[in-house]
Write a protein that binds this ligand. Sequence first.
Ligand SMILES: Nc1ncnc2c1ncn2[C@@H]1O[C@H](COP(=O)(O)OP(=O)(O)O)[C@@H](O)[C@H]1O
Ligand SMILES: [Mg+2]
Length: 357
Amino acid sequence: MIVAEGLTRSFGDRQALAGIDLRAPAGTVLSLLGPNGAGKTTTVRILTTLLRPDGGRATVAGHDVGDAPEAVRERIGLSGQYAAVDERLTARENLYLIARLYGMSRRTARRRTGDLLDRFALTEAADRPSGNFSGGMRRRLDLAGALTARPAVVFLDEPTTGLDPRGRADTWQAVEDLVADGTTVLLTTQYLEEADRLADSIVVVDHGRVIARGTANELKDAVGGERITLRPAEPRAVGAIAEVLASLGPYRPETDRRTGKVSVATDHGAAALQRALAALQAAHLDVRDVSLAPPTLDDVFLALTGRPRSADDPPAQEPGPPVQDHADGPEREPGEHHGAGTRQHAAHRRGAPAWRP
Ligand SMILES: Nc1ncnc2c1ncn2[C@@H]1O[C@H](COP(=O)(O)OP(=O)(O)O)[C@@H](O)[C@H]1O
Ligand SMILES: [Mg+2]
């Protein structure tokens, strides 16, 4: 349903896309995963006929985006990175307007509007001006608008950025419902967890290039299953702690000088954590806090590129911490970058012996 080959696009002397190849079979979810500025929105704009590529070609639902943009538009829905709702109209009026623009009769448009309001839990707020809606409600309304004409292919550009956990869960459910109905979905995200949960296949993009593709499990295997992260009780002990963790192998610990934390990949979860803590205790090294968590986009990034996300990338925020539901744009908190260059490239570690407690 989605095929892109060698898409390139520059803005002035800045190359936003340097050759993107994509493929999404019908009824699947393809996730474009990458940090800010990677080229996700530019790709979505090309595939939805809003922007012409400089080079390459793409077809959506069997139609070429350059030669047959109207045919493509008839078959797609788009929920852009920033919810596009008319703030002066109520939720019901927004959806009714879209339905009428798609050529539905008044009666069909009224029925479709009612169904969508129900489905996205907007019935109660249906007759209030959407300008007063929370970020989550606006996003739901925008998504409902994108689905008005029952498109075969739906594009969702960072659908959960800036949403609170409840809004995120609702959006994930909506995507799962779409797929159950046979819709093909292309979803962009900065969150590995989101791609993990929803996507059949993931394409990791950076600086307009595809740097990896595969299933979530394949990507995580490249990083190690989970990560142990420790903060020393005594900041100066960071080097000694890293040495103890290194001696447990096979993954090399990384030290983040900025946060003073040490982290290391592991394939053995809680057992490895216990073993690490026992080894540190035996060495009389105290830790102040400790966590065991799945790899983040930062971790995947470091493993794939051998470098942390560049300093000018705004930090990614993983789903989880509560975020105000009133954001009208992406909300960010300072994230964590791992220290530079201490990690071996993933490919070199593949045959490494497992860390067994
Ligand atoms: N209309 C534009 N004019 C100039 N530069 C742009 C424009 N759109 C995107 N870019 C640049 O192209 C790169 C990719 O942007 P974008 O596709 O929005 O990335 P993402 O959606 O992954 O954050 C960025 O460096 C961005 O600054
Ligand atoms: Mg974007």
